[in-house]
Write a protein that binds this ligand. Structure first.
Ligand SMILES: Nc1ncnc2c1ncn2[C@@H]1O[C@H](COP(=O)(O)OP(=O)(O)OP(=O)(O)O)[C@@H](O)[C@H]1O
Ligand SMILES: [Mg+2]
Length: 324
């Protein structure tokens, strides 16, 4: 299977739990594994009972497993600071103030958050060579999808910007003929160089996502979650990304057949409803249901995580990336 594995899905369905369990499973299978989370709630820290930050750190007690938590807020700030620095080298002092104000506003837009996270994801993919497998615990479905739609969109936009820049340099050269070596102006142009960088970045991102990533969606056995999953599969398909498999989480356990108290009857009814939803998943959605995980009586961590890992019928074997 591809070296990069993403687990997506609606809020609270169990993405972080499944990502960590799969990380454990991959590490136990002998792969150098990294779990990357962008969960603002620092859930990976909760799952492993260990503090994680912006850089990969070894998970205690599990050989071959590292984890990191990307903080979206910090990342957005860092991203904007980067843009600010780049721009301030290229514009007059009078413009800097104006740009700062614009950037502050940009920070508040939802796109800034996604774009910053996307950059960081791609960065991790580009620097993934110490690992055989990188597991991404993605943000909820909608924004993740918008994120995945960015490369193609931005590539076209960058092409147009580069074209404009080339034209204006060309005009400038024609006006200044005699005093300038024409090619030198074009070659050393910082704006063009920066645009070219971004273009290559997005080409890499698009290629790596197509060739080296496998996507799984986590769902719960209720109608809302099934509908959401159906939409997510369709939206991914529109972006030429296919969903490899579905993980059903938080299934109600069946009571013993001889039990007939109120609790047992409740569980049995609940199981019947959930089976109906799962039947809909199997019959109407293309990606196979690769795991069915029952609800535990407590949060999934420690030994429970190993149990859940065992229930995840997702292969661990990893191929080398083709695109990095
Ligand atoms: N099979 C399970 N049995 C019991 N508890 C579970 C199970 N799966 C997940 N949980 C619990 O449900 C809560 C939400 O799970 P998790 O954090 O993995 O979801 P998420 O999709 O990552 O949420 P978010 O969208 O907020 O990031 C956690 O407290 C987790 O321990
Ligand atoms: Mg989470």
């Amino acid at each position: 299977m591809e070296p990069f594995v993403f687990f997506g899905g609606k809020g609270g369905v169990g993405k972080t739990t499944v990502s960590c369990a799969y990380g454990v499973k991959s590490a136990r299978a002998g792969l150098e594994t990294l779990v990357v989370s962008t969960d603002p709630a620092h859930s990976v820290t909760d799952v492993f009972d260990q503090e994680f930050g912006d850089e990969p750190a070894a998970v205690e007690g599990i050989d071959g497993l590292d984890a990191m938590e990307i903080d979206p807020e910090t990342e957005t700030q860092r991203h904007l600071d980067g843009i600010r620095n780049d721009l301030s080298e290229q514009v007059s002092a009078a413009m800097v103030n104006e740009i700062n104000q614009q950037l502050e506003m940009a920070h508040q837009t939802p796109g800034a958050y996604e774009s910053a996270l996307f950059d960081r994801f791609v960065d991790v993919m580009r620097n993934a060579d110490p690992y055989d497998r990188v597991v991404f615990d993605t943000s909820p479905t909608g924004s993740t999808l918008r994120l995945l739609g960015l490369p193609e969109f931005l590539e076209g936009w960058i092409d147009r910007l580069m074209h404009k820049r080339e034209k204006s340099i060309d005009l400038f050269e024609k006006a200044a003929i005699g005093s300038n070596e024409p090619r030198r102006v074009m070659d050393g142009d910082p704006v063009l160089a920066r645009l070219q960088d971004r273009k290559e970045f997005f080409e890499f991102a698009g290629g790596a996502l197509q060739a080296d990533a496998a996507f799984f969606l986590v769902l719960n056995p209720d109608q809302l979650s099934v509908n959401e999953t159906r939409r997510a599969i369709a939206e991914m398909r529109e972006r030429d990304l296919s969903v490899r498999g579905l993980v059903a989480n938080k299934l109600t356990p069946e009571p013993d057949p001889d039990e007939n108290g109120r609790g047992a009857r409740y569980l049995r009814d609940r199981v019947a409803t959930e089976n109906e939803r799962l039947r809909e998943v199997r019959e109407t959605l293309d990606p196979p249901l690769v795991a069915e995980i029952t609800t535990r009586t407590a949060e999934v961590k420690g030994d429970l995580l190993e149990d859940v890992a065992a229930e995840l019928a997702v292969e661990t074997e990893s191929e080398a990336p083709t695109f990095v």
